[in-house]
Design a protein around this ligand. Sequence first.
Ligand code: AMP
Ligand code: MG
Length: 402
Amino acid sequence: MVKSFEVARSMILDNVSPLQSESVELLHLVGRVLAEEIVAPWDMPCWDNSEMDGFAVRVADCQSFSPLQVDGYIPAGASGAGISVQPGTVVRIMTGAPIPTGCDAIVPIENTETAGDVITIKQAVQIGDYIRARGSDIAAGEIMIPAGTVLRPAEINLLASFSRLEVPVFCRPQVAILSTGDELVAPGETPAAGQIIDSNSWSLAAAVRELGATPVLLGIARDSKESLAEKINQGLKADVLITSAGVSTGDRDLVREVLEEVGVKRLFWKVAIKPGGPTAFGLKGNMPIFSLPGNPVSSMIGFEELVRPSLLKMMGHSEVLRILTKATLKSALCNRTGKTRFLRVRVEKTREGLLAESAGDQNTGILSTMIKANAIAILSAEQTRLLAGEQVDVQLLNSTDC
Ligand code: AMP
Ligand code: MG
């Protein structure tokens, strides 16, 4: 039974789960997904400290704006032990330094006039001014980073602040990639008449790496049961297996049959999408196996729409789908397939919002349109024609686009 795009994607996502966790050091944490919540082991800041370079004062002494004697100095890094603000005096203090006893406000240096060891305060002072209170940022025992957080430089700063040198994050899958076909030769080899170079292994490996997962290149299997079984069995040692080609209805399309023979339970074959229709998905135990069509454009779009979200889920991400945004069409787009149609488009940012137009010939055999595209427009089966000026759903492809 042909599955709709949404059903196929949900079936895949329902059948994959986050991998186990591993402990990873600070330097390698960016982009990883936290597997356990992190609780603050102590207050931050650890002690009351100055928010500004200036003077530690007694507010009661500041009301008359009369000159005050500077008596004492606490630079950053000093403990401040034994230093207190005596009545009628102030203590010079630097940002981050501990608040001395007796002090109930900090006056920034720019709010004072200095003459030798005497200062005059130019503005009214309130109790608590420019004092960062202990625990005011994060209190001991608070969940400071919830499980499932994608770690960014900000979280890594926090972990370092609490001396967390390593934390548990979800593992990233080993993704075995297998190209199949009698016509294929590896890049670098000279193709004989009728042969073509295996490029899918490389685009799929790149897409896997872009997510931070690890590609395992199995090379090329021939269109024979023996060759396919040997390579597929190797691939079953990884966490995920992706094959390309040999999954359609040709007489040499043996991938589905061999997967069945090695014990892969098929959940579906064929999705009502174009490109990427003859995709199959199965499980061997918990291991997901994706069989993508051989056409390079179809395999890339199949990866993008069906494989990518599941790899993200395995890596612990909860946001696994690309954001769908609206773009205004510069020219019409058609979908006469009766299926969900993925069109390679070029999206441009303007002051009026995003504008989109076809990136070129949409034939699935045309790779150059993929190169010109920076987004995929998604048209439902019902959206047979969208006119210039109408809105279309687009997924921006480049990770730096927003
Ligand atoms: P198939 O799905 O086996 O019918 O293949 C569909 C088309 O994709 C054919 O033109 C193949 O030559 C091409 N193709 C299959 N595998 C690859 C590959 N690994 N790299 C580039 N093109 C491929
Ligand atoms: Mg083939």
